[in-house]
Structures are given as structure tokens and as C-alpha cells.
Design a protein around this ligand. Structure first.
Ligand code: C2O
Ligand code: CU
Length: 459
């Protein structure tokens, strides 16, 4: 047996000492690794997707090559870690829509972060404060990137979710498809910008044309509906059923039966429903009254009942405890929307790339915010829609009440996006309690691109 040389001995000793010295650090790193999970890889890239039966798949963009992107699920209070890899040939970023997030993670290029250049990546890490149904999408050229297929659902699970048999996430969006089944690639046209935005001619659910979801009698379903369309306002119905609304824009509401009422979801909105399947056989149709009553998905009842009777237990969700704005003491700001087709400014619209919409007479975000307040201030933004079009106004980083409105029905919800009907005036009220720079913009993405965005600052 050869005797080890002194050098090896020495090396062995040195290595051993180093290993010993490193051991606590290593243990600490291991412990940290257990606490800080590897980020989930989210890759924005080109892919293909079937948009017309019998035709070749269309070229679209998707997160991880699928449309919609993967459903991200995280427990309330747990950290979500996502690494965005940009494999597109233009800059991008991911915005976490509806999450009352730390400002640096809000994903707004040029305001909360640098755009993520092609080939680059960006790490998002945050703790989702509220359970609920949220979503993610780019905030760079969103009028193109979202319309090409970049969006997905983010589900934050309650610590004790209500008991259901199926938790179905239905991501709804529309596409503008050519006769050959390709994606129409004329994005941001002057006409779309000045009118209702880019409305599609094909609505899909989870990327599929009229998909069928198998269900059984007496099953309890939780349906999470998300409108990821660039411009289409969905008016959904589930005829013959009476689902209960349990959350709007991710925030719990006192459960209320819908009794055939339309569920209006403007771009960006979500609702959670509880639906007990009472039918024996047949199909429950999900229809969009906004698109002439088109059936966009079916729940097909088949097989043995899952139990003898429907579940009787309650399913109300625990409210998030968002601070109520003090309306009497609130700082009030006007936000007057003008422009668009059929307006006085119509002469200026429809020409080239210029702005088409104005907020308080200004197109796009200026160097100065719409308002700047101390943290904890109650704010009322009085939105005056002086245009001939509806606008889905979205506030970042906060959920808000709508204590007054002239057109739509008043509802006791916490919204993050509200449809301001044409010629309507409504008040958006919230406590500005999340420090940072936050956007307010129209979620009809062509409108946003053509001037309908502004920002505020919470100090
Ligand atoms: Cu869903 Cu500012 O966006
Ligand atoms: Cu708009």
C-alpha cells in the first residue's frame, strides 16, 4: 500500500480544515435554501397555438410556450419567487395584477424597474398578502404582448379554502384571427385605438375553443373566471343555474346568488363563483352575452352523482381586512377622460401614432403624478368619462370602493378594475397605504397605449 506523500497529507489536512470551517456557513446556506425556494422559471417566448380547427396552428407568444401561461399557485403569506426569462425580441416585464405588492415588484417598466431586455432575466419575489384570484401579464407594449398570448392566472390559496370538489380556473380571452387561422398581426391600429380597442373574433377559455369540463351531479365547483382580453367586456351567463358570487377581483364578497343576472367582466376583472351541480345529465353552458350569446365553454354532467345530496356547508371567504377609506376626510382628485372617436377631438384622432385619449387634458404619464399623498391618506378619484366609450380603469397596488356612480349599479365590492360606462361619473375610493409609484390606466390596452395612463405616489 503506497504511503501518501506529505504534500497530499498536508492538502488533505487543509481541505479538511477548510471543510470544517465552512460547515456552519454551508449549513446556514442549506437552511436558507429550504426557506427560499428556487424561483419558478417563466419564459416569455414565441410558440404555436391552434386558433382555427382544421387549420395550421398560429404563431403566438406564450409564457413557457403555452397560452394561457402556467397557473401559478401559492399559499397566502408565502413567498412567490419567479424568474422571468425574456426570449422575445423586444423588452418585456411582468405585472402582477391585483396584488397589493411591494412597489419594486409591480413590474412596470420605466417606473418600478428597467425593462427586461431580450436574453435577460428578472427575479420577482414577493409575499402575496391576500388570498384570491389574480393574474400576470406584461406591462411593456401590453397592447401587443397580451394580445399575442402573454398572460396567466395567479392563484393565492386561502389558509383554509372552502371545501369544493373542483377548483376550475377559466382564463378567458379573445383573439383576432385571420381567415387562415393566423393571428392578425396589425396591432395598435388607429381605428382600434380610437374606438373600443382590439376586439377579437374568437373567444377561448384556457386557450381552447368551447372546451368541455366534465362534472358530476352534486359536485361543488369553484369557478375562477378571468377576463384577459385586450378590450372585450364579457357579459357572462350560466343559464339554468344559480351560482353564488364569492369574490370579485380576488377580494371576498358576501356570497350572493346571481339568479340569471349577467356577470360583467371588463378586461382585467375576475370573479370567483361557487356552483353546485344539481343537474342529472346534460350540459351547463357558459355564454357571453357580449358576443351574441356565444357558448364559450360547457360543463358536461355525466357519471354517478359524486354524493347523494349537494354539500350544505357554507363557503363564505374571510375578508382581507382592507382599510375603509374615510370619505369625509378624503383627498379628492378629478380624473376627466376625453378623446376617442365621436368626440370633439375626433379630428385629431385616427391619424398615425399620436395620442387619442387624454386624462385631465394630458396624454400619457407626465413627470408629475396625478397626486402625491402621505401614506395612510384616504383618496377619492372622481372619474369623469367625457367620452363615447366605456373604460376599464385599473389602479395598481390598491383595491378600491366605488361609493358613488351615475350609471352602473353600485356594489359593495373591493375592485382593482372598474368599468366606467360611457358618459358616466364615478368615485373610486381607497386608503393610499402602499408606498411607491403606482399607475392608474385603462385596461383596454389600446386605450392605454394611446394616452389613458397616469400615476400617483404614496410617500
Ligand atoms: Cu393588468 Cu397596469 O395592469
Ligand atoms: Cu379605455
Amino acid at each position: 500500500m503506497p504511503t501518501p506523500t506529505p504534500v497530499l497529507d498536508r492538502r488533505g489536512f487543509v481541505a479538511g480544515a477548510a471543510a470544517l470551517a465552512l460547515a456552519p456557513a454551508l449549513a446556514a446556506r442549506r437552511a436558507r435554501a429550504a426557506l427560499v425556494p428556487e424561483p419558478f422559471a417563466l419564459e416569455a417566448r414565441k410558440t404555436t397555438h391552434l386558433l382555427a380547427p382544421g387549420k395550421a396552428p398560429a404563431t403566438v407568444w406564450g409564457f413557457n410556450g403555452v397560452v394561457p401561461g402556467p397557473v401559478l399557485r401559492v399559499r397566502q403569506g408565502e413567498e412567490l419567487a419567479v424568474r422571468l426569462d425574456n426570449r422575445l425580441d423586444q423588452p418585456t416585464a411582468v405585472h402582477w395584477h391585483g396584488i397589493r405588492i411591494a412597489n419594486a415588484m409591480d413590474g412596470v417598466p420605466h417606473m418600478t424597474q428597467r425593462p427586461v431586455e431580450p436574453g435577460q432575466s428578472f427575479d420577482y419575489r414577493f409575499v402575496a398578502p391576500d388570498a384570491g384570484t389574480f393574474w400576470y401579464h406584461p406591462h411593456e407594449r401590453s397592447w401587443e404582448q397580451v394580445a399575442r398570448g402573454l398572460f396567466g392566472a395567479l392563484i393565492v390559496e386561502e389558509a383554509e379554502p372552502p371545501r369544493v370538489d373542483q377548483d376550475l380556473v377559466l382564463v378567458i380571452n379573445d383573439w383576432r384571427v385571420t381567415g387562415e387561422g393566423r393571428l392578425n398581426e396589425a396591432f395598435g391600429t388607429a381605428h382600434d385605438r380610437a374606438h373600443a380597442g382590439r376586439l377579437g373574433n374568437l373567444t377561448t377559455v384556457n386557450g381552447l375553443i368551447a372546451p368541455v369540463f366534465p362534472v358530476r351531479r352534486n359536485e361543488r365547483l369553484r369557478l375562477r373566471l378571468l377576463n384577459a382580453s385586450s378590450a372585450r367586456v364579457l357579459r357572462l351567463q350560466l343559464p339554468g343555474t344559480s351560482p353564488h358570487l364569492i369574490a370579485v377581483d380576488g377580494q371576498p364578497v358576501a356570497p350572493a346568488a346571481l339568479y340569471g343576472e349577467d356577470l360583467t367582466l371588463s378586461p382585467g376583472n375576475r370573479v370567483d363563483l361557487i356552483l353546485d351541480v344539481l343537474a342529472d345529465t346534460g350540459a351547463i353552458e357558459l355564454k357571453d352575452q357580449g358576443a351574441k350569446g356565444e357558448v364559450i365553454a360547457r360543463l358536461e354532467v355525466a357519471g354517478e352523482p359524486v354524493r347523494a345530496e349537494p354539500l350544505a356547508e357554507p363557503y363564505a371567504l374571510k375578508p382581507a381586512g382592507i382599510a375603509e377609506p374615510d370619505l369625509a376626510a378624503a383627498e379628492t382628485v378629478d380624473l376627466v377622460m376625453t378623446g376617442g372617436a365621436k368626440s370633439e377631438m375626433d379630428m385629431q384622432t385616427g391619424k398615425g401614432d399620436g395620442p387619442v385619449w387624454w386624462l385631465n387634458g394630458r396624454a400619457h404619464m407626465g413627470p408629475e403624478p396625478l397626486f402625491r399623498v402621505k401614506r395612510g391618506t384616504s383618496v377619492v378619484v372622481r372619474m369623469v368619462n367625457d367620452t363615447a366609450w366605456g373604460h376599464a380603469m385599473h389602479v395598481h397596488g390598491h383595491h378600491f370602493r366605488v361609493p358613488e356612480r351615475t350609471h352602473g349599479r353600485l356594489r359593495p365590492y373591493w375592485w382593482d378594475t372598474v368599468l366606467v360606462e360611457r358618459a358616466e361619473t364615478l368615485k373610486v375610493a381607497f386608503v393610499a397605504d402602499n408606498p411607491g409609484k403606482w399607475m392608474i390606466h385603462c385596461h383596454m390596452l389600446d386605450h392605454q397605449a394611446a394616452g389613458m395612463d397616469t400615476w400617483f405616489e404614496v410617500g
